[in-house]
Design a protein around this ligand. Structure first.
Ligand SMILES: *[C@@H]1O[C@H](CO)[C@@H](O)[C@H](O)[C@H]1NC(C)=O
Ligand SMILES: *[C@@H]1O[C@H](CO)[C@@H](O)[C@H](O)[C@H]1NC(C)=O
Length: 164
């Protein structure tokens, strides 16, 4: 019985030593926990001794359209375009959807397309309907979609939330 008590005592003693935090006082922890990075926040937490816990602000905006960066000097978040969505087509509005990536929304433009028959008017876009008028020029009309759910190329369907 005495031996068992001794063993339990030794066990508890060893456990206390192993669980001891690296810093004895809060002040000691706080002075070491500090870094010169404004993108991290430090916290001293007690668990049988003081531990330094650190969180990093990744500045993530959950959009594939941007590269996110935290300035370590002042903690300011920066979001720069991850890629260009410009398709060099004046008849589409180019934008980036936060999960879909580049989308192109058909918009009005002043390009005159000559034609003899309706099929001459197809210009690779699925968000517009077209006819060849008697004046031998094409007339285009946007597919009916709302501003909140515009038609996106090349799918030719109305999709919601086009902003990033
Ligand atoms: C943060 O620091 C960067 C570079 O040192 C500077 O360009 C930027 O303007 C600063 N932002 C603010 C809000 O002070
Ligand atoms: C329309 O027909 C004329 C005469 O055949 C031809 O010269 C012209 O290239 C045609 N235009 C188109 C857009 O096919």
């Amino acid at each position: 019985m005495k031996l068992l008590l001794k063993l339990i005592f030794v066990f508890i003693f060893i456990k206390c030593i192993l669980a001891q935090g690296p810093y004895d006082t809060l002040e000691e922890c706080q002075s070491i926990c500090k870094d010169n990075n404004a993108c991290t926040t430090q916290n001293c937490v007690w668990y049988y001794g003081w531990f330094c816990s650190s969180n990093t602000n990744t500045c993530s905006d959950d959009s594939i359209c941007t590269n996110d960066y935290c300035d370590p000097v002042n903690g300011t978040c920066h979001h720069t375009p991850a890629f260009s969505c410009d398709d060099n087509d004046p008849c589409t509005l180019d934008t980036c959807h936060f999960t879909l990536g580049c989308i192109h929304i058909t918009q009005a433009c002043n390009v005159v397309v000559p034609c003899n028959k309706t099929s001459d008017c197809f210009r690779g876009r699925n968000c517009e309907t077209y006819t060849c008028k008697s004046s031998h020029t094409c007339e285009y009309q946007a597919k009916p979609c709302s501003a909140e759910q515009p038609c996106i190329e090349p799918l030719g369907v109305c999709v919601g939330n086009p902003t990033n």
